[in-house]
Design a protein around this ligand. Structure first.
Ligand SMILES: Cc1cc2nc3c(=O)[nH]c(=O)nc-3n(C[C@H](O)[C@H](O)[C@H](O)COP(=O)(O)O)c2cc1C
Length: 322
């Protein structure tokens, strides 16, 4: 099998990638998606302050399994020196790639000039990438939005800066920061980035179905497609299968397995609690799913979660018309 693309010298064997998602793209879920053909892992976003301050919680987020390689550590920060220091430290933990988050829209982060807030300061981005590509051995990549707001859509300027300063890949979420998750992702803007640079471009935003995967590839000619929200509770998307195409028994089996992996990694109680938000996503679109949500969100045991879902899925295995 030929690689779909390379991140500098690292081959990536597949082009549908799980988006980094805080609270969701943890080791258990990344490994499940890998079983479905997802070819590279991104950690959840990691604070550069947490790294330099040696926060235990932050370092926990940097754990990964060998079978996840290539593994990308994604970091967020607003200070060029702290970003460099943090990345040098975490490079020692053996990631294959380090990614700089320039897309986070959360006010606490973007409002302080980190995440999508960095897009307001192109010269800072230039400095960050120059520093990192000059001092790290692993490839450095960036994940961006289209700009801060509709008046400052500077994605082409930023893409050029990344490429000229040694970035090895750009992932583009086709929205501005001020859009947060509203409106529609602009796939044509992602196509412009792809035409502009020679490094791989990963298209991201609003890919929900197998048809969307085909369409975004056609529209952008991108090297890969990054899938976020539509992959929660639906790892089958990485096989190009829509929710409707997955049988009830496959879903129940996966829910059991996912919950088991969560308990294994986080311990019984935390595993169950952290699984609840995934559980409600496995039933998205099913008839009367909203009736089941409150029960799932307060379930305290594996047996409870499984029995609620099994009973519901057996009763309502059909999907609501879109
Ligand atoms: C719950 C949640 C957490 C997210 N956390 C991150 C993150 O840690 N790092 C990041 O770069 N983007 C993060 N994102 C943004 C996604 O990676 C992605 O860019 C965005 O959801 C658009 O893709 P989608 O339409 O396929 O969901 C997050 C999104 C969601 C919904």
């Amino acid at each position: 099998m030929n690689p779909s693309f390379y991140v500098k010298n690292i081959p990536v064997y597949g082009d549908l990638i799980l988006a980094p998602m805080a609270g969701f793209s943890d080791i258990p879920y990344r490994l499940i998606c890998r079983r479905f053909g997802m070819p590279m892992s991104y950690t959840e976003v990691i604070s550069t302050c947490g790294i330099v301050w040696n926060s235990k919680k932050t370092y926990k987020l940097l754990e990964f399994k060998e079978e996840e390689r290539p593994i990308t550590f994604q970091v967020v920060g607003n200070d060029e020196d702290r970003i460099t220091e943090a990345c040098k430290r975490i490079e020692q933990l053996g990631p294959d790639i380090i990614d700089i988050n320039m897309g986070c829209s959360v006010s606490d982060i973007a409002g302080k000039g980190a995440g999508a807030g960095l897009l307001k300061y192109p010269s800072k981005i230039e400095k960050i990438f120059k520093n990192l590509t000059g001092s790290l051995s692993v490839p450095v990549t960036g994940k961006i939005r289209l700009g801060w707001d509709h008046k400052t859509r500077n994605y082409l300027e930023i893409a050029k800066i990344l490429e000229e300063n040694g970035a090895s890949l750009i992932a583009v979420h086709g929205r501005t920061r001020s859009q947060f998750f509203s409106g529609v992702a602009d796939w044509d803007a992602i196509a412009e980035v792809k035409q502009l640079v020679k490094i791989p471009v990963i298209a991201n935003g609003d890919v929900r179905t197998a048809a969307d995967i085909k369409e975004i590839k056609k529209r952008t000619d991108c090297d890969g497609v990054m899938i976020g929200r539509a992959a929660i509770g639906h790892p089958w998307i990485f096989q190009g299968r829509d929710r409707e195409a997955v049988s009830t028994s496959e879903k129940i089996e996966m829910i059991r397995y996912h919950l088991h992996c969560m308990e294994d990694y986080y311990g019984h109680t935390n595993g169950v609690i952290l699984f609840r938000k995934h559980a409600v996503k496995y039933i998205v679109g099913m008839t009367n799913a909203t009736e089941l949500r409150p029960n799932l969100l307060k379930s305290m045991s594996t047996e409870e979660i499984i029995s609620y879902i099994t009973a519901h899925m057996t009763n309502y295995s059909n999907y609501e018309a879109a």
